[in-house]
Design a protein around this ligand. Structure first.
Ligand SMILES: Nc1nc2c(ncn2[C@@H]2O[C@H](COP(=O)(O)OP(=O)(O)OP(=O)(O)O)[C@@H](O)[C@H]2O)c(=O)[nH]1
Length: 395
């Protein structure tokens, strides 16, 4: 018994871990310098690394990714049902009378294509980049024209006379746009050269900008065209505006992606002449040309022509692209040759595509006539007919 009692009372020396030598180095330790066996169960459960972050940059990135994922979940993905090359984006230029709509379209066309447009009539299609085509349309100043324009506009340039301020036409058009799903809107202030006082100009710019933000949204883009140089807008300002349009991201409106629609850039009356002779007021057959947008157009579907009514579609034909995108070569930018444009209603563009023919427009100065002995002139050389639409081939 005496032996047992002495064994219970015996006190052992505490274990002294090695402080030096190879064994001391070998022992695994945790972060706080404690040896593995010394980490308590409680410490192990409260691992600070499990939920904290080390890098604030990484945390920010993770957070923004999570927000993005959440937004993607909330929005239905937009399915592009277009076949082949995307149709040109339509840019509607709107504003009160004499604000400078035609001049702005002419300046932008000149910037993109280096061509002078004498007159703005109908849609003007241009190639603005390797992947992008644009179609400029001037919005008429009547209510029906505005309603039609709001239906197809991808981007609206709202021209505002800076000297006068907002006018009724702008508010009307904005109201119509709101009812059609509000496409992208950018404001352009013109007639700023009429201000003589710099301070007044600055104040007006500020005032109009805030008024514009109230109408659209805070931060909506407003461009300033400070005046005319030789009857045209400043090259630098037009360049900035064109650059902005070239890189802009367009969000297709859901109704439009689910319905086929065409902005007609040319039309032709193909009624047989004998029918017209018999009755001058007979029903006409009309062929309409334009880029198909939205989704596919089926044979036999009824079409609505804005301002005219509903019609039966007799046939749909796919034609060669009159203003194609450049070939996908690995080079930067566009060559001058590739800066195509197509404006049949304005009477410009060298090629005119018809249902059964392609017409080449030859300028007068390309036509050469050679002298023939019997004093009759026979056209030769590059062109056979001067400024005449000449059928080349049938597709
Ligand atoms: N001083 C000045 N004149 C301008 C400015 N912008 C346009 N103009 C002039 O305003 C006149 C009308 O320009 P247009 O481009 O024909 O205007 P518009 O809006 O197409 O006119 P409508 O088609 O009749 O509605 C032209 O004589 C232009 O030179 C500007 O910023 N300053």
């Amino acid at each position: 018994m005496a032996v047992n009692a002495s064994a219970e009372d015996q006190s052992h020396k505490a274990h002294r871990s090695r402080k030096s030598g190879p064994n001391a180095k070998k022992k695994p330790t945790n972060d706080k310098g404690k040896k593995k066996e010394e980490v308590s169960e409680n410490d192990r459960k409260r691992n600070p690394k499990a939920f904290a972050f080390n890098s604030s940059v990484k945390a920010k990135r993770l957070q923004s990714r999570a927000v993005e994922k959440e937004q993607r979940r909330l929005h239905v993905p937009i399915i592009d049902r277009c076949y082949g090359e995307p149709a040109p984006y339509i840019i509607v230029v709107q504003g009160p009378p004499q604000v400078g709509k035609s001049l702005l379209i002419k300046s932008l066309v000149k910037h993109y294509t280096k061509h002078n447009l004498p007159d703005v009539r109908g849609p003007i299609t241009i190639v603005s980049g390797k992947q992008r085509r644009l179609q400029f349309v001037e919005c008429p100043n009547d209510i029906n024209g505005m309603i039609d324009a709001a239906k197809f506009a991808d981007l609206t340039l709202l021209l505002i006379d800076g000297n006068y301020g907002f006018e009724m036409e702008t508010f009307e058009f904005l109201n119509i746009l709101h009812h059609h799903g509000l496409p992208k809107v950018m404001g352009v202030l013109t007639h700023l050269d009429k201000f003589k006082d710099a301070k007044k100009l600055r104040k007006t710019k500020q005032r109009l900008k805030h008024r514009f933000w109230t109408e659209i949204r805070t931060g909506a883009k407003l461009f300033y065209l400070s005046g005319l140089i030789h009857g045209k807008y400043s090259k630098r300002e037009v360049h900035n505006l064109a650059r902005f349009i070239s890189v802009m991201k367009f969000q297709p409106l859901s109704w439009r992606t689910n319905h086929p629609y065409v902005l007609v850039d040319r039309f032709e009356d193909v009624t047989p002449p004998e029918r017209m002779h018999a009755n001058n007021k007979c029903d006409r057959n009309i062929t309409l040309y334009g880029y198909l947008r939205g989704c596919n157009l089926k044979y036999g579907t009824k079409v609505h022509i804005a301002g005219v009514g509903d019609f039966e579609l007799a046939s749909v034909t796919s034609l060669a692209d009159p203003c194609p995108l450049p070939s996908a070569a690995k080079k930067k930018g566009l060559r001058d040759k590739e800066k195509l444009f197509y404006a049949p209603m304005s009477g410009l563009g060298d090629l005119l595509y018809d249902k059964d023919a392609v017409y080449i427009n030859i300028n007068d100065h390309f036509v050469q006539y050679s002298k023939v002995d019997d004093d009759k002139e026979v056209p030769t050389g590059k062109g056979n007919f001067s400024s005449t639409n000449f059928p080349r081939s049938s597709p």
